[in-house]
Write a protein that binds this ligand. Structure first.
Ligand code: GDP
Length: 330
């Protein structure tokens, strides 16, 4: 078994065509839940769902979120209704006392359903309703995710990093914004003063996660701040990584990032936005997979390959490089 740690883009792209090297049934994925939000009372887990939909063969691989060809009549109607009612369509946080009331899953990440600032398709919504329903019935997020895997015919273990709520919050000169407001609604534009993983101090890794982290681990080419950061902030996960072989794939080619806000977030949190900065952020990584054009000199073993992940053939090539790096350290 080899366990992958994942956000919502880089690692799913790496696993896209990696079955021959890492068979799904033997390759659990631990997913970041710091990006999760509740909208209209429904728990949305973007990173878990990208992996779920990818493995279930329904992911929209143009956007890397949501279900391919998913109709979005409810979402469109929510927007139209808000406009007719003269309601602002930006993210609408619930009041402070409502953030922590009721369900245990809530913690400073609760939005009203008015206008629905995130784009949620109709089939996608059915997943959020089912997940929230199972949690309301007393199941954990881990159990709900296992049921959803069964529904999509997925034989991989997709494991939320914790069953406890963690909220990735971006502190900006305009105030605190949930990561989803900052990234999805404001395109990552506001300056970043600080990143907080609210709830992480009280969150425990699940037994299933700790079990999976006994095996060798691959950190895919994820955003070190908002995809790996929440996991590393949960007590017990970093310790587990210190005592198992770990290979990390860089989301950079030297100082050029493939996509997303990783460079901005690293710079804002005092880290060098580059492969060298990623290596500093991952002292527990025993070896790295870097792009063939990445000449960064690291103090740990490196396997080079073309790390662009634009097709399932690309992922198989990078997966073979990961396997070679694992062979050096496992
Ligand atoms: P998020 O949850 O959407 O932020 O996604 P992740 O943290 O899983 O992944 C984001 C990271 O994936 C970014 O920092 C990108 O640089 C990286 N990434 C995206 N496409 C590629 C690619 O083709 N190759 C590599 N090596 N990294 C990529």
């Amino acid at each position: 078994m080899v366990t992958f740690l994942a956000g919502g883009t880089g690692t799913p792209k790496l696993l896209w065509g990696a079955e021959a090297v890492f068979p799904p049934a033997d390759t659990p994925v631990v997913g970041n839940t710091g990006d999760d939000v509740e909208i209209a009372g429904h728990l949305v887990c973007p990173d878990l769902d990208t992996q779920l939909f990818l493995d279930g063969g329904v992911l929209d691989t143009e956007t890397w979120w949501g279900i391919d060809d998913d109709p979005h009549r409810t979402h469109d109607e929510l927007g139209a209704l808000a406009e007719r009612a003269g309601l602002d369509s930006g993210p609408r946080y619930l009041p402070a006392d409502a953030q922590t009331d009721g369900r245990e899953i809530a913690r400073w990440r609760r939005f009203s359903g008015v206008a629905e600032f995130m784009h949620i398709g109709d089939r996608d919504r059915a997943v959020h309703l089912t997940r929230t329903g199972l949690i309301d019935e007393g199941h954990t997020l881990t159990e709900a995710t296992r049921r959803l895997c069964a529904a999509f015919g997925v034989d991989r273990s997709i494991l939320p990093m914790s069953d406890d709520p963690v909220a990735s919050l971006i502190h900006t000169p305009d105030g605190v914004q949930h990561f989803q407001e900052w990234w999805v609604h404001r395109n990552g534009d506001p300056a970043v003063e600080r990143v907080e993983f609210r709830g992480a101090d009280d969150a425990d890794p699940t037994p299933a996660v700790l079990d999976a982290l006994d095996d060798p681990v691959v950190v895919g080419p994820s955003n070190p701040v908002t995809s790996l950061g929440p996991m590393l902030a949960v007590d017990g996960i970093r310790e587990a990584l210190d005592s198992t072989p770990v290979v990390a794939v860089s989301p950079f080619v030297e100082d050029r990032v493939f996509s997303g806000p990783a460079a901005k977030l690293m710079a804002a949190t005092g880290q060098e936005p580059s492969t060298a900065g990623v290596a500093d952020a991952y002292p527990f990584a025993d070896a790295f997979v870097l792009d063939s054009e990445d000449g960064t000199d690291l103090d740990r073993p490196v396997v080079h390959t073309d790390t662009a992940l634009d097709s399932s053939a690309d992922s198989e090539r990078v997966a073979r490089a990961v396997d070679a790096a694992l062979a050096e350290v496992a």
